[in-house]
Design a protein around this ligand. Structure first.
Ligand SMILES: [Zn+2]
Length: 292
């Protein structure tokens, strides 16, 4: 039942009158209070920024070590049923090494193609189902809201360090029943922080495209940038193309991992359903320090 508008507005009027009277009584205190509040807010922002700088510096150092590619990068996936459905829960329970093995094979193949000496650049392991879900980005939190959320997400990943599996990168994989959710929220990978959130469909038909999204977000955590137009979702030429020199240019046969889709021409592109149809292009390989 909705509250009666008359009751609500008269209560508001009373509260407003009271506030006006109190405001008149305390008017001499207002400038001081304002100054104190402003000072406190400034102090809070300064502390948050300082914390962010310290965290970012530490993580930048760690990324330099990780992307030296002298030893395998350990990636741990933490699956969870994001929509609380039985289908998603079953999917989480059945996630096994066999399903993530193509990810390891993909990175080994692409590293070899770029002449990186390491035989197995990426090891993927399935970690615990987290007790609490990862914090999601604020819908319109502004720069400070985003900064605060990114600290919370880092802390979420840090708290999982206790689960026994060592990790260079932790990715939450949130599964959704495709019968309930036709579209997924945006997945994300935090550069420098080596933590990401992947949204995936809990259905066998999507296992291949889920792996493409996992690989894409993993590359973000290592410093690679998107290579598609955010308005149209079309891969950007030439960096977002798997074979930029191909003649004729369209249709392409493969997707560049950070371009995200296979460009077909005429403003069309489609999502690859398997890592077999994806490569890591030169620009992305440079960003993750596979190439000079
Ligand atoms: Zn992206």
């Amino acid at each position: 039942m909705r509250p009666g508008p008359a009751t609500r507005s008269s209560a508001w009027r009373r509260a407003a009158r009271l506030a006006r009277i109190q405001g008149q009584r305390q008017s001499h205190q207002v400038p001081l209070l304002h100054r104190q509040r402003g000072l406190l807010r400034g102090l809070r922002i300064a502390l948050l920024l300082l914390l962010l700088v310290v965290v970012a510096l530490g993580q930048w150092q760690a990324r330099v070590l990780v992307t030296a590619w002298e030893s395998p990068l350990w990636v741990v996936l933490h699956p969870l049923a994001a929509d609380g459905s039985e289908v998603a829960a079953q999917n989480v329970a059945m996630l096994d090494a066999e399903r993530v093995a193509p990810l390891e094979a993909f990175f080994a193949r692409e590293a070899r193609r770029h002449g990186v000496a390491i035989e197995q650049p990426v090891v993927v392991r399935i970690g615990s189902v987290p007790e609490s879900p990862p914090p999601l980005p604020p819908v319109d939190g502004g720069a400070l809201g985003i900064a605060w959320w990114s600290l919370k997400l880092r802390y979420w990943a840090f708290a999982l360090d206790a689960d026994g599996l060592p990790a260079d990168v932790r990715l939450a994989v949130r599964y959704f029943d495709p019968e309930r959710s036709r579209r997924l929220p945006h997945s994300l990978g935090l550069a420098e922080a080596r933590v990401g959130i992947v949204n995936a469909f809990a259905d066998q038909d999507y296992h291949g495209s889920n792996r493409v999204v996992i690989a894409h977000e993993l590359l973000h955590t290592l410093g690679a940038s998107d290579k598609y137009d955010p308005g149209s979702n079309l891969p950007r030429y030439p960096d977002g193309y798997a074979e930029p020199k191909r003649e004729p240019r369209h249709p392409q046969q493969l997707a560049e991992l950070m371009g995200g889709r296979i460009p077909l021409g005429n403003g069309e592109a489609h999502m690859p359903t398997s890592l077999d149809d994806v490569v890591i292009g030169t620009a992305s390989a440079r960003e993750i320090r596979w190439l000079e």
